[in-house]
Design a protein around this ligand. Structure first.
Ligand code: AMP
Ligand code: ZN
Length: 114
């Protein structure tokens, strides 16, 4: 499978990794849209939120739970924004599910986009 984020999670393509465990991999977005811009991905290849099944509940929960610690550890202790783009309508570009984690330290732009 020719998926860039699968290759990043396996270390086959370099990335600025900040966290890894059995299920998740976290790295800096190559084109940051905020002072802090991380991507949190499941190691399992899931195309998008539109492909989620009940067995993905735990890994999705773990992604959400990790956000606070990542933000705090990387200079955004007073809040952050999470975004998951899904499909054509959501303007998803990379079809391996990922959560954008955007942070300050200063408040982000008012728009819900980034
Ligand atoms: P999305 O539009 O939600 O699919 O976002 C894809 C994100 O992946 C964009 O913010 C890109 O800057 C980021 N991206 C693409 N290729 C890489 C890469 N090799 N390393 C890190 N981030 C990447
Ligand atoms: Zn993948």
């Amino acid at each position: 499978m020719n998926c860039i984020f699968c290759k990043i999670a396996k270390g086959e393509i370099p990335s600025k990794k900040v966290y890894e465990d059995e299920d998740l991999f976290v790295f800096h977005d190559i084109s940051p849209k905020a002072p802090l811009h991380l991507l949190v991905i499941p190691k399992e290849h899931i195309e998008s939120m539109a492909q989620l099944e009940p067995q993905h509940q735990a890994v999705m929960g773990r992604m959400m739970l990790l956000a606070r610690q990542l933000a705090a550890d990387h200079g955004s202790p007073e809040g952050f924004r999470t975004v998951v783009n899904t499909g054509k309508v959501g303007r998803q570009e990379v079809y391996h599910l990922h959560m954008h984690l955007l942070g300050g330290p200063a408040p982000l732009g008012a728009s819900a986009s980034f």
